[in-house]
Design a protein around this ligand. Structure first.
Ligand SMILES: [Zn+2]
Length: 385
């Protein structure tokens, strides 16, 4: 089963929603506090402890109370895990206004885009959600079942579930190295055995990061006398930056996945876990923040899972230093172009890293009987996707 949360904006949310969310948040926080005081860990025991009290103190639908306890239990679980790991977490509580309704605790009219949500016995409220063509794809497909509904100020996130698509038999492979401004690597079609150099550019991201960084810095000087306003404005800048980058990342992931799907290709990426920009200069550290790259992988992976596209992640060790033709490993510093002294092979360093990822996948027999020839790759044009 694959789940995907789809966000809908709510047209003119009724005021009852705000009261319900406030009540819900309070119930979650009460349950968290009770759990902390009694040292209870399981959801079942927490429910036994607080359900009755919460039911009598909050005039909300019984299912919502159950869902509040469930959220509290998972927050407590994360808190305890952090303690076990030796971190020093703050006492948990939820700050933002939210509520979660399990799938049996609300009704969705898929045709008219209307949510029927019980507040308490006998009182229901109707929410009009704004439906675009993008949302229609989910609403109009009856094979997608509904998961929980999460209400946030002004919007609703509805989980759609479907049976995991059976991954197709790969007829091609797309191996990409993830760099600061682009994904680079090769595409190989199993039948034609021909390799094509591929580039997917997102060079706008560091530009956006730099622009917002400068704006925040300016705000910090300009509003130095008023720290509260300064922090507020900086947070707003941060949110804008975040949204803009996320939009670019989704765009890149969508292009990549539709290319893979059209060609029935398997996707090969490097495993970024454990990778950190270790530089002495904090300025460079900031510039090379690995966040967008990790986020991009996350987006690619969950979208691929939904579409039934296989993604393999490999240890990138030596992938930028190895010559894919003769296998020798370079020791000296790398320039923009990878040049092999042993056999004369040369190509863009980042594309070379992608080729090595594919070689590794092939040597580990992860992509079936894929074979390809490196000839011509050096001279053919790079395809942008
Ligand atoms: Zn070589």
């Amino acid at each position: 089963m694959v789940v995907r949360g789809i966000t809908f904006y709510i047209d003119d949310p009724p005021v009852e929603i705000k009261y319900l969310s406030e009540d819900f948040r309070l119930a979650v926080n009460k349950a968290i506090r009770a759990g902390l005081q009694s040292g209870i860990t399981s959801r079942y025991k927490l429910s036994n402890l607080v359900y009755k009290d919460l039911r009598s103190e909050h005039q909300i639908y019984a299912q919502h109370v159950v869902s509040a306890i469930e959220i509290a239990a998972s927050i407590l679980k994360n808190y305890r895990r952090a303690i076990r790991k030796g971190m020093n977490p703050k006492k948990p509580y939820i700050k933002r206004l939210m509520m979660k309704a399990e799938n049996q605790a609300y009704k969705l009219d898929r045709k008219n885009g209307e949510v029927d949500l019980p507040i308490r016995a006998g009182l229901h409220v109707k929410l009009k959600i704004i439906v675009s063509d993008y949302h229609r794809k989910y609403l109009d497909n009856p094979s997608y079942s509904l998961g929980p509904l999460t209400l946030l100020p002004g919007r609703a996130v509805i989980a759609f579930r479907k049976d995991a698509s059976k991954p197709y038999m790969p007829k091609a492979a797309l191996a990409l190295d993830t760099n600061e401004i682009s994904l680079d690597g090769i595409f190989v079609n199993a039948k034609r055995k021909k390799a094509t150099a591929i580039k997917s550019d997102y060079s706008e991201i560091p530009i956006i990061q730099q622009r917002h960084y400068l704006r925040r810095k300016k705000l910090q000087t300009k509003k130095a006398h008023d720290r509260r306003t300064m922090r507020k404005l900086c947070r707003k800048e941060g949110r804008r930056e975040h949204d803009r980058i996320k939009y670019r990342l989704h765009e890149t992931a969508n292009n990549l996945l539709s290319y893979a799907k059209d060609n029935k290709a398997i996707i090969i990426l490097e495993d970024l876990t454990g990778m950190r920009a270790q530089r002495a200069n904090p300025k460079i550290n900031r510039r090379l923040s690995s966040w967008p790259r990790r986020k991009l992988h996350q987006i690619i992976e969950y979208k691929a899972e939904w579409e039934g596209i296989s993604v393999i992640k490999l240890n990138p060790r030596n992938s930028s230093r190895t010559c894919p033709r003769c296998g020798s490993i370079k020791k000296s510093r790398l320039g923009k172009i990878f040049k092999c002294k042993q056999c004369g092979w040369q190509i863009d360093r980042q594309i070379n890293a992608g080729i090595n990822l594919l070689q590794t996948a092939i040597s580990k027999e992860m992509v079936g009987g894929l074979r390809f020839s490196l000839d011509a790759l050096q001279h053919d044009p790079v395809i942008s996707i």
